[in-house]
Design a protein around this ligand. Structure first.
Ligand code: MLT
Ligand code: MN
Ligand code: ZN
Length: 307
């Protein structure tokens, strides 16, 4: 059986965000709304409960590890349950935590070639880590725009598939304006014993045919819940950018994530990577009620999924 732990369920900035006084961040701090704090986006997947694939390395990783005893099996004087790390993209909120793993052994790092390039140049974490623990790149070969299947040695019985998808490379990426297949991926994890499949995609700008096919296969969907509306950041006066410019498909509206999820057979549909401005974070909001009414769940830190 495959076990998934949500280590962090917020988008970049976390919730509440340190400098933000939007309705949610301020309301949560003052205890004025029913809502939970969330750290930045990351999940862990295991087949045996002691060896884990860390999917995204959040800036909040140390707090996430402390909050998750399963990630420290204590088999030796220096130990970690994190067997390998996989990156969905090269964004700050998904990679910065790698720096906090520098005291350990060389990190087996699964990512695409464009992400690996960003980690050498635009945001050279892999180079810096070369002076500490070192990083062993395991290429997710999606450069031709095709999915790529692979196994992670310590996760016996799980077959993984990286699916290139439409989102955005980070602002510091040399190819920010020339999208490459593999700037962002979705991850399909297939438990060969139970036959169950998870599809994880915290950054998903548009549902292209390959993505739609992977989503149709999944029993459990853990997908981009960043924004409720396309103009959410602009309407609240925080950014001049619509959701699409940041590579995120909003939940509401025609062609939005809720509509996409409506048409899919998965028994669990869960939103993750929630931005702190998103009204669904307030559990008493009409938007939260609409989401629940459509059979959609909201990921929270510490959420466990068994498949
Ligand atoms: C994003 O996915 O757009 C990020 O959360 C942005 C960020 O990390 O600042
Ligand atoms: Mn993000
Ligand atoms: Zn906020």
């Amino acid at each position: 059986m495959m076990k998934i732990i949500v280590l962090g369920s917020a988008a970049g900035g976390g919730y509440p965000q340190w400098n933000c006084n939007c309705r949610n961040c301020d309301g949560l701090r003052r205890g004025a709304i029913r809502s939970r704090a969330r750290t930045q986006s990351s999940i862990a997947i295991s087949a045996n409960g002691s060896d884990w694939l860390l999917v995204n390395a959040s800036p909040d990783i140390l707090a996430q590890i402390r909050a998750t005893p399963a990630l420290q099996p204590a088999r030796a004087a220096r130990d970690s349950g994190i067997a390998a790390v996989l990156l969905m993209d090269a964004q700050v909120d998904h990679t910065t935590g790698l720096m906090m793993l520098r005291e350990g052994r060389p990190i087996p790092l699964y990512c695409s070639a464009p992400v690996w390039q960003d980690l050498q140049g635009g945001y050279p974490l892999a180079k810096v880590l070369g002076h500490y623990c070192g990083v062993q790149w395991r290429e997710l070969a999606v450069a031709r725009g095709e999915p790529c299947s692979f196994a992670v040695p310590q996760l016996e019985g799980i077959r993984f598939t990286a699916v290139p998808l439409d989102s955005k490379a980070p602002p510091y990426s040399p190819h920010r304006e020339q999208p490459q297949p593999g700037d962002n991926i979705g991850l399909l994890a297939h438990d060969l014993l139970t036959g169950k499949k998870l599809f994880y995609a915290p950054g998903l700008g548009a549902v292209a045919p390959l993505t739609a096919a992977a989503m149709r296969e999944a029993d459990c969907l853990l997908v981009d819940g960043t924004f409720w509306t396309e103009d959410e950041m602009m309407a609240q006066g925080f950014s001049g950018k619509p959701a699409a410019a940041m590579g995120h498909l909003p939940q509401s509206g025609a062609g939005g994530m809720m509509e996409v999820l409506d048409g899919l057979p998965a028994s669990r549909k869960i939103l993750i990577h929630i931005n702190n401005t998103n009204p669904i974070l307030d559990e008493d909001s009409p938007q939260h009620a609409i989401m629940r009414g459509r059979g959609i769940e909201l990921a929270y830190d510490g959420m466990e999924i068994l498949l």
